[in-house]
Design a protein around this ligand. Structure first.
Ligand SMILES: *[C@@H]1O[C@H](CO)[C@@H](O)[C@H](O)[C@H]1NC(C)=O
Ligand SMILES: *[C@@H]1O[C@H](CO)[C@@H](O)[C@H](O)[C@H]1NC(C)=O
Length: 494
């Protein structure tokens, strides 16, 4: 965190210098469900009723930042922070934070204003960043469709602030923008975000919030449910980077969305990675074509958030318990273009299925830093960080976009600068085989020494005279790094 002379003189609380989009692209994000990550009492045994508040807090989170930083993450995305509807609904309580009732107060279940300020300061003291989840599409109400008592909603306290109730037809964009998310048990009254008064309110709100809590970035909820031209003004008022949820697997729509919001969750890639790596009988074609399609349609794929799990999707291990497949899916996403996002519990191979079952409490894992996937993620974040450092040094941007340098029905090799990742969907029981990455594609000089940073105990292999390399593909991912570029990385003792 750099302090500008002016802010030092002012001694203001909000001394954060906004992290630019380019700087966010160097970060690696760990997604927290605040209620489910760590309790103030540090308990690792407290049971969690999956539909109720389970006791996670900002204080608990502050006490476990070592666990997150130890995996190499540089930013933490927390649940929405504002006050939500209280009490039980047929879908449980608002422990996730997406059912706001008062945007000017905090959800006290997670802690006080001072606790959140302390969290922000604790992250910054470590050189880490705070990303907060924000919702502008809707408020939340415990009850049937349109029988809302608007006086409970602050500051939008009468029906005039909302679109008339209607159920969403997801095939119709206008309906997606104006009808209500939620159902007849929990209503999510849909704000008229096209009104200039509402836009001004949200602009002032986010500006104040960012300043008060020194927020560095936003994950933005339900982006597709708000008209596109709402977003540039909102992002400008916030003055920080946002990664928006456009919950849609169709790559064709992302190019236009990126004109309004540079950072978006890469849902198309999520679907391709899931289909390809969860099923040993799938072939790589879908993934290879998908990556090329995204590059053709989106101006900047490096600005997107890349993930295979989050609080809304069934976890990858709920589709297959195979550890090798999980390793490949995680390695692929962490070394893809874009900003990797790992959802809490992935590193412990949690396996919860559809909502709310993928929202398990993390503390019952005992924050095990020796687990296979925790260790894998730590290494991958180190590989990524070292690759990005090299990119900065060489200022060659485009060549660091990942591209497929080899693929067959069960394996794909992706090159990104000095690193080549080889991923397979053979699964733990699959038989390995050898592939040959040609000299032109590998980028290696004749006789180049290459270190197997993953999947080879740091063995060194040598490219042939033309720079081609034979690589053993097996159930687990392989990561290859040019030996000459590995110095100073801390990887393989170099
Ligand atoms: C990333 O790499 C840079 C440059 O080598 C290093 O200074 C920094 O500590 C690394 N960051 C992490 C989180 O490993
Ligand atoms: C890789 O394949 C090319 C083209 O078939 C061949 O010329 C080369 O010798 C192979 N390299 C290795 C290391 O086997």
């Amino acid at each position: 965190m750099k302090l500008s002379p002016t802010s030092l003189l002012l001694g203001a609380a909000s001394v954060t210098q906004a992290l630019s989009g380019a700087e966010w692209q160097k970060q690696s994000i760990y997604q927290i469900l605040t209620d489910r990550f760590a309790r103030t009492d540090g308990s690792t045994t407290e049971q969690c009723t999956i539909t109720s508040y389970c006791g996670g807090t900002y204080k608990g989170l502050i006490n476990h930042l070592d666990y997150i930083q130890g995996m190499g993450f540089t930013a933490v995305w927390i649940s929405p922070i504002v006050k939500n509807l209280e009490g039980e609904t047929p879908h449980g309580t608002a422990y996730h934070g997406y059912w706001a009732q008062d945007i000017y107060s905090l959800n006290e279940n997670f802690g006080t204003e001072q606790d959140l300020i302390d969290l922000s300061a604790a992250l910054h003291a470590r050189g880490m960043y705070l990303m907060v989840d924000v919702v502008t599409n809707h408020m939340g109400y415990n009850g049937c469709g349109d029988c809302v008592d608007y006086s409970l909603l602050k500051p939008f306290d009468n029906s005039g602030y909302y679109h008339p109730f209607c159920e969403i037809n997801y095939d119709d964009d206008n309906s997606v923008r104006t009808c209500w998310e939620g159902d007849n048990q929990v209503s999510l009254p849909d704000l008229k975000t096209e009104d200039s008064g509402i836009r001004d309110t949200f602009s002032d709100w986010i500006k104040d919030l960012v300043a008060k809590y020194s927020i560095d970035g936003m994950r933005i909820d339900s982006v597709k449910h708000v008209e596109k031209d709402f977003w540039p003004g909102f992002l400008e008022a916030a003055g920080i980077y946002g990664i928006g949820e456009v919950f849609d697997g169709n790559p064709a729509i992302y190019g236009d969305w990126q004109k309004y919001m540079q950072g978006l969750m890469n849902y198309p890639l999520f679907y391709w990675v899931q289909q390809t790596f969860s099923n040993p009988s799938a072939t790589m074609d879908n993934l290879v074509n998908g990556i090329n399609t995204m590059k053709g349609q989106v101006a900047d794929t490096t600005a997107l958030g890349v993930f295979i799990e989050n609080h809304d999707q069934a976890r990858f291990p709920s589709l297959t318990s195979d550890m090798s497949l999980a390793k490949n899916a995680i390695a692929f996403t962490l070394l893809s273009d874009g900003i990797p996002i790992l959802y809490q519990g992935q590193e412990q191979h949690y396996s919860g299925g559809e909502t709310p079952n993928q929202r398990e409490a993390l503390w019952t894992s005992g924050y095990n830093t020796q687990s296979e996937l925790y260790q894998l993620v730590a290494t991958l974040n180190q590989v990524r960080n070292h690759t990005l450092a090299a990119r900065n040094a060489e200022s060659g941007y485009v060549k660091y976009q990942a591209w497929s340098v080899y693929s067959d029905s069960h394996s794909i090799a992706m090159r990104k600068g000095n690193v080549i990742g080889v991923f397979s969907n053979l699964g733990s029981g699959g038989s390995g085989y050898q592939i040959n990455i040609s000299g032109g594609n590998s980028g290696y000089a004749g006789g180049e020494q290459v270190v197997q940073v993953l999947g080879g105990d740091c063995n060194v292999i040598t490219a042939d005279g033309a720079g081609a390399l034979n690589v053993d593909v097996g159930p687990d991912p392989v990561v290859l790094y040019k030996a000459s570029a590995l110095e100073g990385s801390g990887l393989c003792g170099r």
